[in-house]
Design a protein around this ligand. Structure first.
Ligand SMILES: [Fe+2]
Ligand SMILES: [Fe+2]
Length: 197
């Protein structure tokens, strides 16, 4: 499938302009970061374009479709089923778009919560999703500029920004995201969450 055919198929699957335009912007952003950091830009574009295939599904449908595929559903995911769109999106990328590359599927599956192990491609898709130009938050441009020179520093900054945002809403971070922070911010002790108050 050519990239143009792929974009049409993604547009048809999502059936919503707003989400489709986000995916195209994430793909462009991921392409830029991949070229800067020596990661295969085709893999970055592919993962980014497909990352939100299940984003518009209801919580009920996400749980149902994950259960049918035996995808793990933790306690955090039961409380916040929207985050399941990431692992389910990876499953749909394989089933409906024929993606077999484990690196691409990993980047899709980890794009929302991250993980205790993150490859450069995983980081690029995570950051591209968080920092694409349609996002509107105070530190977006600063963290994007950081991502263009230092992926690790940008991951650390993006995670802290995410924790502050969650704290402002009195929402908990996912255990995967807390584990991910320990990779990128060695100043955070094992098992100790940052104080955000
Ligand atoms: Fe997403
Ligand atoms: Fe997204």
């Amino acid at each position: 499938m050519s990239y143009a055919e792929l974009t049409r198929a993604v547009r048809a699957h999502l059936d919503q302009d707003h989400r489709y335009r986000h995916c195209v912007r994430v793909a462009r952003s991921a392409d830029v970061l991949a070229q800067i950091h020596g990661v295969d830009p085709r893999k970055a574009r592919l993962a980014a374009l497909l990352h939100d295939l299940a984003r518009l599904y209801s919580g009920e449908r996400l749980i149902d479709e994950c259960e049918r595929r035996d995808l793990p559903i933790g306690e955090f995911e039961r409380r916040n089923p929207v985050v399941l769109h990431a692992p389910l999106g990876a499953a749909l990328a394989r089933e409906q778009f024929g993606v077999e590359d484990p690196e691409v599927l990993s980047a899709i599956a980890k794009h929302t919560l991250g993980d205790e192990a993150m490859s450069p491609l995983d980081c690029i898709v995570y950051l591209a999703d968080a920092l694409e130009p349609g996002r509107d938050f105070a530190n977006r441009r600063f963290i994007w500029d950081l991502a263009c020179v230092d992926l690790r520093a940008a991951m650390s900054a993006a995670i802290v920004d995410n924790f502050l945002y969650l704290a402002s809403l009195a929402r908990e971070p996912a255990p995967q995201t807390v584990a991910m922070q320990r990779i990128f911010d060695p100043s955070v002790s094992q098992g100790v969450q940052p104080s955000l108050n």
